[in-house]
Design a protein around this ligand. Sequence first.
Ligand SMILES: *Cc1c(COP(=O)(O)O)cnc(C)c1O
Length: 419
Amino acid sequence: MSAYRDLLQQTDPEVFNTISGEEKRQSEGIELIPSENYTYPEVLCALGSVFTNKYSEGYPGRRYYGGQEFTDQVEELARQRACELFGCEHANVQPLSGSPMNQAVYLGLLEPGDTILAMDLSHGGHLTHGAPVSHMGGLFNFVRYKTNPADGSIDFDKVRDMALKNKPKLVLCGYTSYPRDLDYAAFKAIADEVGAYTMTDASHYAGLVAGKVMRNPFDFGFDVVTTTSHKSLRGPRGGMVLCSKELASKIDKSVFPGLQGGPHMNAIAGIAITLGKALQPEFRDYAVQVLANAKALGKALMDRGGDLITGGTDNHMLVLETRKSFGLDGRTAEELLDTVGLTTNKQIIPDDPNPPLRPSGIRMGTPAATTRGMKEEDMVMLAKWMTETLKNPDDTTKHESIRRDVVALCSSFPVPGIS
Ligand SMILES: *Cc1c(COP(=O)(O)O)cnc(C)c1O
């Protein structure tokens, strides 16, 4: 984009101003939404490249349009790197995002009406894991397990009972709001008992699996792993389905022509770059730091009166019970933190008595702040600013002073790709 900035500014200042406004917002605030990150400048280059001009329906070597010499090469690079990084036999890198990626798996491996066992939405599962408001929730019969109220753990006796009773065709684990690693061996044993496929949606934490600080479901014999490319992996927006050779053709047919038309080749070039970076030793350091930062932020919040779901974290994410800790619902907490430049998101907590748009907690995470180079001591500062803001919701003088401190800290940690 940088090469064409001046051109855009001249020809369409209205859109240009939204982009430069967003750059300023990203630079001068601290991104704590756990699903967000700052991608590599090289990925921004790929996204703004001429690959966006190209139609490439089909797969490398089997396309429906001519002129595929370079699209084939770049998609093959992305597929090979994905397999090397996650230790699997096949990768489909064409899903346009995380939601179609999961839909492609359900529709490719199952028949409408089949049963899927997945994590309950309010306990951390994703919308695409069968929430009644989603189309997939209507098309398949989702039965949903919950976490233990006492410690947030998953009770595998209960999950097994549900599986024996409901005979799912697919056992799905993975989450969008749960701060712990998963016992894949336990899920796999239950799935084997009822003859179900096993699938993990690692969208949130795939970067930590790649960096070897969280377990890899393929080490436990899982059939399918899906992941977005834009969260902890730091890539462009997109999705990937990883699986065995045996399932490859079912999955590929389901993505195209089953669900989608032409893939976004500019994003696939970005995914190839992202996976190349994740194969470097430095990415492991990044994953280690994401985790260390999350633990430091969690401890500092708890030291200052914050109640965290499950009492801490094993990953990049924390769920803070704002109502219990500070007497504020999640929406109010999110808005207050926004005013000081700390971006989080309101979050329903297990069996939340409050409605989804005014839930009882907020969710936060460390992938983006770690990309900027922040370390444990910075996390302690963030926790201090957060708790001071939430404990003093009406003290605008204090908020203004914290806002200045946030901007000052940000100036030492530039966002990659923003000059
Ligand atoms: C983010 C996410 C998705 C969906 O990704 P989109 O790109 O928003 O469609 C799916 N599953 C999980 C677990 C996620 O966290």
